[in-house]
Structures are given as structure tokens and as C-alpha cells.
Design a protein around this ligand. Structure first.
Ligand code: CTP
Ligand code: MG
Length: 243
């Protein structure tokens, strides 16, 4: 029998990933609560959002950006995780400022960066793996899901202005994975020019960078409104029941 020879020699290595978790928002739409520290089915939202990354073999280090009061006194479970693989930084006024602060604190030797919102606690490692498989030199990869509702552009007084072709529209989720240098330069340029985006890909796109969409999951819900907590609890029950 011919022995199995791996295509890559032992000295070749897979690119190492760092993970940035923006968790410094003020949860305005949730009723001004710290979403990352809400309990969801018995575990903090941030813990659930972190877990698939902390346990992933490709991940070298994770940096969590926290609001100043949480950075000054993090809960005991989070303080206990701080070490070579996890660090905390103080976030900023906007998501863009929080992500940049965390990016600057990533360990050296990281080739790729995944950004994942603390507000998405239902993420699973498969989604991250699909992003890792699609990212490449000069190219980012973003998890998302195709739009199912018909989309309308709405103007003053609720007047519909346009109905774009739905087939071409996806909802962008996180994780969003990029070569570290590409993302860092997109962020530095955006901050220098006073621009900010609601996601990371937008800043890379504005710089002319290539970003591809990969299959996320309809389960990868973002907690935004109070009702989302109930939905997330039900989804978790279904998921855990199936697993
Ligand atoms: N975020 C952050 N720093 C900010 C604002 C947002 O790190 N200054 C983080 C949030 O903690 C969240 C993610 O970015 O994990 C996505 O933001 P969003 O869902 O909008 O959360 P909030 O900004 O907290 O909520 P809201 O917009 O309702 O205030
Ligand atoms: Mg926000």
C-alpha cells in the first residue's frame, strides 16, 4: 500500500488566526443593558460567543473589547480566562473604535484576524471553518445568509423608492475573517478619515479590497431587541436537543 504523504511538509504551517470580539456597546435597543453579560440559558452571552473560538485549534489569541466600567472590573468568570490566549482591552465610542483597539492588541505572529460580535452567541465552529477556508492573500471572507424577504428602499414618509433584485442580497453576519494586514490598514485608514462602518468588510471594500460571502447560518442570530433573547433561548434549546 502506498503510504499517505501529506501535500505540505512539516515545516509548512497553516496561517494562524487571532480573534477580536467587540463587546463594548451600550445595548441601546435592548434597553441600555450590557448585552455581553446577559444570561442566555444559564450562560453569559459573551461566554457563548467566545467559546467556539477559544477552543479552536487555529486560534492563537483572542482580544475582547469591553466598555470602560466592565474593563475596570470584569466578572470573575471572564477575569479567570485572561492569560496568554485571552486579553481584554477598553473599547471606544463606536464599534469601529472598539475593533481597532482590539486589533492593535493582537499577539504578534497572527496572520489572519476574525472579528466576531459578542452579540452573536449562537455561532458555531463550522461557520468559522467556512470563513477560514475562503480567506486568502488579499481576500477576506464574511459569513452571511441570503435575504428571504423582498427588499424595499424606503424614503420620507414611508414612500417606497425602489425594489432591488433580492437574489443578489445577503445579510452579513460575523465572523468576518481577513488577512491581518489588510484589516488593520482598512481600519487605520477609516479612523484617520473619520469613517466608520457597521461591519468590518465595509471598510475593506471601501479600500478596494476583495471580500467574499460564505454561508453563515440562519441560527447565527444577533441579539438586538429584547424579543431576540426569547428567540435565542428557543433556538439554543432546539440546537442542544439536536446535539
Ligand atoms: N460594540 C462595541 N463598541 C461599541 C459599539 C458596539 O464593541 N462602541 C459591539 C457590541 O458590544 C456588539 C457589536 O459591537 O457586540 C455589535 O453592535 P450592536 O449589536 O449594535 O450592539 P450595541 O451597539 O451594544 O447595541 P445598540 O446599537 O442597540 O446600542
Ligand atoms: Mg450598535
Amino acid at each position: 500500500m502506498v503510504p499517505h504523504c501529506p501535500a505540505e511538509g512539516p515545516l509548512e504551517r497553516l496561517p494562524r488566526a487571532g480573534v477580536v470580539i467587540p463587546a463594548a456597546g451600550s445595548g441601546t435597543r435592548m434597553g441600555r443593558v450590557a448585552k455581553p453579560f446577559l444570561e442566555l440559558a444559564g450562560q453569559p452571552v459573551l461566554w457563548r460567543a467566545l467559546r467556539p473560538f477559544l477552543g479552536h485549534p487555529r486560534v492563537e489569541g483572542v482580544v475582547v473589547a469591553l466598555a470602560p466600567e466592565w474593563f475596570r472590573s470584569p466578572p470573575a468568570w471572564l477575569a479567570a480566562l485572561v492569560g496568554p490566549r485571552l486579553s481584554l482591552v477598553e473599547g471606544g465610542e463606536t464599534r469601529t473604535a472598539s475593533v481597532l483597539a482590539a486589533l492593535e492588541a493582537l499577539p504578534a505572529g497572527v496572520d489572519l484576524v476574525a472579528v466576531h460580535d459578542a452579540a452573536r452567541p449562537l455561532v458555531d465552529p463550522d461557520i468559522f471553518d467556512r470563513c477560514l477556508a475562503a480567506v486568502g492573500p488579499g481576500r477576506g471572507a464574511v459569513a452571511g445568509w441570503p435575504a428571504v424577504d423582498t427588499l424595499k428602499e424606503v424614503g420620507e414618509g414611508g414612500r417606497i423608492l425602489a425594489t432591488p433584485c433580492r437574489e443578489r442580497f445577503w445579510h452579513a453576519q460575523t465572523p468576518q475573517v481577513f488577512p491581518r494586514d489588510l484589516l488593520l490598514s482598512a481600519y487605520r485608514e477609516a479612523v484617520r478619515e473619520g469613517r466608520s462602518g457597521t461591519d468590518d468588510a465595509a471598510l475593506v471594500e471601501e479600500m478596494g479590497g476583495e471580500v467574499v460571502m460564505v454561508e453563515g447560518s440562519p441560527w447565527n442570530l444577533k441579539l438586538t431587541w429584547p424579543e431576540d433573547l426569547r428567540v435565542a433561548e428557543l433556538l439554543l434549546k432546539l440546537k442542544e436537543g439536536a446535539g
